[in-house]
Ligand binder design. Structure first.
Ligand SMILES: [Zn+2]
Ligand SMILES: [Zn+2]
Length: 348
């Protein structure tokens, strides 16, 4: 079970200690294995969410929080005027972290791991001997076996308290992950995203599907050019060249970004003749056309204020024929078919 986003939020006190402000971890349950991969905090002045680039930085902030409150101005190139980095919604799981957790001692790492049944998170420490400590007794034992570590790893520097998960957000995003897991292969057929600069016509790779979907959404009104990417200009060599070593498909512009909690999948048919577009809905079911979206909204009216049929587009990318006919997958498929035909005719 993977957790993608961690946020600390600075709002009303929640823990029994009245002076203490709430710290929140937001986690997104994603398909890739791992733990928490994004950390964030809210500004104590404007209350906007700010992502914290590294776990280490997050741990430093948490260590002295809330004695040392956090403000946008503490983040590089940021101020309260800037739009929020990230927003609360149930496509991510949120958990409330505890303040004042000492930074993990040197040569150890503190891990927070969600249980498979999503009921609870557990805190562990990876110790210098590569063993994993699950509680203070494990640390005690380690220090007895390795007395030379005692000065740098005092028992008081370990804290096994765990964040409180926000049930609502976990169950929503979990449903979505569980459904995804059940379906097995649910990734789409796209191995790489690229966009063409409208000025120099060079192809630039787009690192993530999310980024690609953002570019595509307003592509007609906001054509893309190299300078939109940091550290890139039209002078730089193309990231990839068009050739028939890959199958190329040309996507349609201005497809709305999939609503939160849904995923848009584009899947190539086995015979490489055509692609099909699906959306995976928050309940894990696939929809193939607007009529099915309508049906979903009728059956699940709680989503009506979150998205409408207009947010879905079932258009499919256009396959560049010449890149398919040169492609080995197609060739081997064709060869297999030919083998079968040969085998059949030999049998006859
Ligand atoms: Zn602020
Ligand atoms: Zn360019």
């Amino acid at each position: 079970m993977a957790l993608e986003v961690t946020l600390i939020k600075c709002v009303d006190a929640v823990y029994s200690d009245d002076s203490c402000q709430l710290i929140i971890i937001i986690t997104s349950l994603t398909w890739k294995p791992g733990f928490i991969t994004i950390y964030a905090i809210t500004c104590c002045k404007c209350e906007k969410w700010r992502t914290i680039p590294t776990k280490e930085e997050f741990e430093v902030i948490r260590q002295n929080y809330p004695v040392e409150p956090w403000f946008c101005s503490k983040k590089r190139d940021c101020s309260c005027e800037h739009p929020e980095d990230i927003q609360y919604d149930t496509s991510r799981s949120w958990a409330i972290d505890r303040p004042n957790i000492p930074k993990a001692p040197p040569k150890t790492e503190r891990l927070l791991i969600m249980r498979n049944d999503l009921s609870k998170m557990d805190a562990y420490y990876d110790l210098p001997n590569r063993k994993r400590a699950k509680g203070k007794p494990d640390i005690d034992r380690f220090l007895k076996e390795n007395p030379e570590c005692a000065p740098t790893l005092p028992l008081s520097s370990f804290n096994f308290s765990t964040p409180k998960i926000i049930k609502e957000t976990v169950s929503e995003s979990a449903k979505w992950v569980m459904a995804k897991r059940k379906r097995g292969s649910s990734t789409d057929s796209i191995g790489m995203y690229a966009v063409q600069c409208c000025e120099c016509h060079k192809w630039r790779k787009v690192p993530t599907k999310d980024e690609f979907e953002t570019i595509r959404e307003n592509f007609i009104e906001e054509p893309w050019h190299c300078s939109k990417r940091p550290d890139c200009s039209c002078e730089d060599a193309a990231d990839i060249e068009y050739d028939s070593s890959r199958i190329w498909v040309l996507d349609k512009p201005n497809i709305p970004k999939p609503p939160a909690g849904t995923e848009r999948l584009v899947i190539m048919r086995g015979d490489l003749s055509k692609m099909d577009t699906y959306y995976v809905m928050p309940n894990g079911k696939r929809v193939r056309c607007t009529a099915e979206v309508d049906k979903f909204l009728e059956a699940n009216p709680q989503y009506k204020d979150r998205f409408s049929v207009e947010s879905f587009s079932f258009t499919t990318p256009k396959i560049v024929e010449e890149t398919v006919s040169h492609n080995s997958v197609w060739k081997s498929g064709k060869a297999k078919k030919q083998d079968k035909i040969n085998a059949l005719s030999n049998n006859n």
